[in-house]
Design a protein around this ligand. Structure first.
Ligand code: SF4
Length: 266
C-alpha cells in the first residue's frame, strides 16, 4: 500500500533516520529487535502507558473515578492515576473537552493526520492541546520544542481546528501545547504558538512532504547513537544488543501511540 498519510511519528522517524522511515512506514516491517533492555520491563511499561491513556480518555468522557480506579492495578498505574486525579489540569473550567480527537488536513501529496490525547476549549477562546507522557525521565523543554509532535499538533489545530471553534479558524496565538508527565505531575511543559511559528512549521511540512514523495533513497543515519535504541538494528548491521535503561531524551519509538487506542472495557 503506498503511503497516503503523514503523522508526527513518521515525520520524526524521517528526521531521525530516513532508513527507519522506509522500513517502518513504507515497507511496514514488523519490529525485529527489542528496543531496550530489560525487555520485559520495558514492554510492561509501554503496556501500562497504553492503559493509562485509556483511563484518562474514559475519565474525560465522564466515567466516574470509582469505576475506573480498580483498573489502575499495578504500582505504576496506581501512581499515575492518583497523579491524574489530583492534577489541576486547566487554568479555568473548560468550555469543551475533546479527548482522543483526530484532525487532518491536506498536505500534498499526502494528508497530515494526528490523534490528540485531549484538546480543551477554554471560556476565554483559547485552546490547550494535552499530551500525556509516562516517561521515566522528564525530557528537557528544548528537546520537546523541536519534536515534530509539538510542531505538527499545533499547526494542525490552527489549520483544521475550525470544527472545534464554531466554524471559525483558530488563530495560532489561541493555541498552547501542554505535555503532562504522569510521573512529574507538577512539571508540565507548555508551548504557546504564534502566527510566525505556524507559517514556519507549515512551510517546513510542505517542503518535507514534497521531499519524501520524491525521494528515491532513504539512507541510514550517520548518527549511530540513534541505532542503539532502534528496533531495526539487525537490518542495518548496527548491533544486536539493545541499549539498557531508557534513551537520554526518552524517545522510545514504541512509546505508546494514541493513534492506536481502542475501546476500554470496564
Ligand atoms: S538501526 Fe540505525 S540506521 Fe538502521 S534504521 Fe535504525 S536508526 Fe536507522
Amino acid at each position: 500500500m503506498p503511503l497516503t498519510t503523514l503523522s508526527q511519528s513518521c515525520l520524526q522517524d524521517y528526521a531521525d533516520c530516513a532508513q527507519r522511515f522506509q522500513l517502518r512506514w513504507l515497507e511496514e516491517l514488523a519490529y525485529p529487535a527489542i528496543e531496550a533492555e530489560p525487555a520485559l520491563e520495558n514492554e510492561q511499561h509501554a503496556l501500562e502507558g497504553e492503559r493509562f491513556h485509556r483511563l484518562a480518555q474514559q475519565s474525560l468522557l465522564g466515567i466516574p473515578p470509582e469505576k475506573l480506579t480498580p483498573l489502575a492495578n499495578t504500582p505504576n498505574l496506581q501512581r499515575w492515576w492518583e497523579h491524574f486525579l489530583a492534577a489541576c489540569l486547566f487554568p479555568q473550567p473548560p468550555q469543551a473537552l475533546y479527548p482522543e480527537i483526530s484532525l487532518s488536513a491536506p498536505l500534498p501529496p499526502y494528508r497530515l493526520v494526528a490523534k490528540f490525547d485531549l484538546i480543551a476549549r477554554l471560556p476565554d477562546g483559547n485552546f490547550l492541546i494535552y499530551d500525556w507522557k509516562t516517561y521515566r525521565k522528564r525530557p528537557r523543554n528544548e528537546f520537546l520544542a523541536i519534536r515534530w509532535q509539538t510542531r505538527v499538533y499545533r499547526a494542525l489545530l490552527a489549520r483544521a481546528g475550525h470544527c472545534l471553534n464554531q466554524g471559525q479558524a483558530i488563530a495560532p496565538e489561541q493555541i498552547t501545547m501542554v505535555y503532562w508527565f504522569a510521573d512529574f505531575p507538577t512539571e508540565s511543559a507548555f508551548f504557546p504558538y504564534t502566527t510566525a511559528q505556524y507559517h514556519r512549521d507549515w512551510d517546513a511540512l510542505q517542503t518535507l512532504a514534497a521531499e519524501i514523495s520524491s525521494a528515491s533513497a532513504f539512507p541510514r543515519t550517520e548518527d549511530e547513537q540513534k541505532c542503539t535504541w532502534c528496533i531495526y538494528r539487525s537490518y542495518c548491521n548496527r548491533g544486536i544488543q539493545a541499549g539498557s535503561g531508557e534513551p537520554e531524551e526518552a524517545d522510545f519509538q514504541t512509546e505508546f501511540d494514541p493513534e492506536q487506542i481502542g475501546e476500554i472495557a470496564f
